[in-house]
Ligand binder design. Structure first.
Ligand code: NAD
Length: 474
């Protein structure tokens, strides 16, 4: 596939027509090329978005809603083809790719309805000579920067509320996954939207990122990615006081109490840890098991992980695809060596699979402690590190002892304990007996160094709106 940039309603090869290759992480074969945009390309994309803004921001709710529904339908009609490309470019299994495409589409369906919920307030001060009101207005040109791990859904989770709010957008996908973004844009092209409403730039993030962030016409940056890059974006956005939303890394605890349904908890760990080979911001990164049930949980987990089928995501029975690249493999190995040096035991796995592709075996590690990289940082791989705890108080304290605050999971059948978990855990997203709590209708976002703002639900659209207050004397 030869991807292009997209702005002003059509594809462009880039001013200097420079390209970079995109690999399939399961085979290491080149599957396409994308454009290395120049700062002047970025400026042209922002020109297009800012020229389109006045008309799009004044379009009727009904028109915007119809556009969003048309996008939902276009994705749904091409679901299978998009899922295949996603698997080839990112590596996840076809079943997971299909789930990601459907999840992405649903943001357009959901925000097609949310468009109509744009209510202001009337304000009546205690005097009879003034009245006032607030209105919610689109913030302006929005830049949407997305990661490689959910390269389709993360575009949708930002683009749908941005368009619903009346913003025009410039999307910048990750350099590992520009092809699915281009294929999506070429589908959107067939819908003949107003030129400049949606725009796409790809390339070297150190060139494209600063060019987007320093452009004064950009009034919103919505970023999903690592905490390290998010911190730099926030600091660079300070120059123009640009509004920033950040969906950053996590370090999710997964706590299993001795009153939990153990079969359910094992199924939860498998879903929460091994989906997308563990490359998920909300993946269980550290698993805490109450002492009396630890031997049983370890035994059952080792059995379940032994049965996982690792392979090319295009094969129908594959459950775990490759990691994204060599850096991802290196990070997993560094974390495992650090844990072993500090006394942890690898129960199963622990090795890279030989041959082409970045495959790593599903791995269970026990005897993990709080000094290990495995529990201090996001491992972003198929590694489940287990430690043991004694009391509820210890479990919640240890879980909160991290600079991250994206998601946390608790398995218990004790209602009081579930309620205490919901109150005491310092995370933006808490799954109680629920390993996959993300929903289109619910707000997702992190506390502390996991981010600022929310995506999804009715809060998702707020990130793209400004409040205007009007006072009138009479
Ligand atoms: P990353 O931070 O390396 O890259 C994310 C995006 O930022 C990419 O598009 C990249 O090209 C771009 N980027 C890099 N440098 C930039 C710069 N200087 N200026 C502007 N843009 C720049 O992250 P990644 O490796 O693609 O994704 C994995 C990370 O994303 C993990 O930490 C994961 O937890 C996080 N993530 C978070 C959520 C969430 O909802 N909180 C969802 C998915 C992924």
């Amino acid at each position: 596939m030869e991807a292009q940039l997209y702005y002003g309603g059509r594809g462009h090869p880039g001013i200097h027509a420079r390209i970079f290759a995109v690999d399939n992480p399961a085979t290491n074969e080149v599957i396409g090329n994308a454009v290395l945009a120049d700062p002047d390309d970025v400026s042209l994309a922002v020109d297009a978005a800012s020229q389109a803004f006045p008309q799009w921001s004044r379009s009727s709710f009904r028109d915007r809603s119809h556009v969003l529904l048309a996008i939902y339908q276009a994705i749904t009609d091409h679901r299978e083809e998009l899922a295949r490309l996603l698997t080839q470019e990112e590596g996840k299994s076809l079943a997971e790719s299909d789930a990601e495409i459907r999840y992405g589409a649903r943001f357009f369906e959901y925000y097609a309805a949310q468009v109509f919920q744009s209510y202001g307030h009337m304000i009546f001060p205690p005097m009879n000579s003034h009245t006032g009101w607030t209105a919610k207005v689109p913030v302006g040109v929005a830049v949407l920067i997305t990661p490689w791990n959910y390269p389709f859904a993360m575009i949708c989770r930002k683009m749908a509320p941005a368009l619903a709010a009346g913003c025009t957008v410039v999307v910048k996908p990750a350099e590992q996954t520009p092809l699915i973004a281009w294929r999506f844009f070429s589908l959107l092209h067939t819908l003949a939207l107003q030129p400049g409403v949606i725009n796409l730039v790809t390339g070297d993030p150190e060139v494209v990122g600063p060019a987007l962030i320093q452009d004064k016409r950009v009034r919103k940056i919505s970023f999903t990615g690592s905490t390290a890059v998010g911190r730099r974006i926030l600091s660079n956005a300070a120059k123009n006081i640009t509004s920033v939303s950040l969906e950053l890394g996590g370090n999710a605890p997964f706590i299993v109490f001795d009153d939990a349904n153990i079969d359910d908890a094992i199924a939860g760990i498998m879903a929460c840890k091994f989906r997308n080979a563990g490359q998920i911001c909300v993946a269980a990164n550290r698993i805490y098991v109450q002492r009396s049930i630890a031997p049983k949980v370890i035994r059952q987990l080792v059995k379940a992980a032994t049965g996982l089928v690792v392979g090319n995501g295009m094969a129908p029975n594959t459950q775990i695809g490759p990691l994204i690249n060599q850096d991802a493999i290196d990070k997993v190995i560094t974390h495992l060596h650090d844990a072993e040096d500090k006394g942890a035991q690898v129960e199963i796995g622990g090795l890279r699979r030989p041959g082409p592709g970045y495959f790593f075996e599903p791995t269970i590690v026990t005897g993990v402690n709080e000094g290990m990289l495995l529990v201090r940082e996001e491992t972003f791989g198929p590694v489940a590190p287990l430690s043991v705890f004694d009391t509820e108080e210890d479990a919640f304290q240890t879980a909160n002892n991290t600079p991250y605050g994206l998601s946390a999971y608790v398995y218990t059948t004790n209602l009081g304990r579930a309620m205490r978990a919901s109150q005491l855990l310092e995370f933006g997203l808490i799954g109680i007996n629920d390993p996959i709590p993300s929903r289109v209708e619910a707000p997702i976002g992190g506390w502390k160094e996991s981010g600022l703002g929310r995506e999804g639900g009715d809060q998702g659209i707020e990130e793209f709106l400004e409040t205007k207050y009007v006072s009138m004397r009479f």
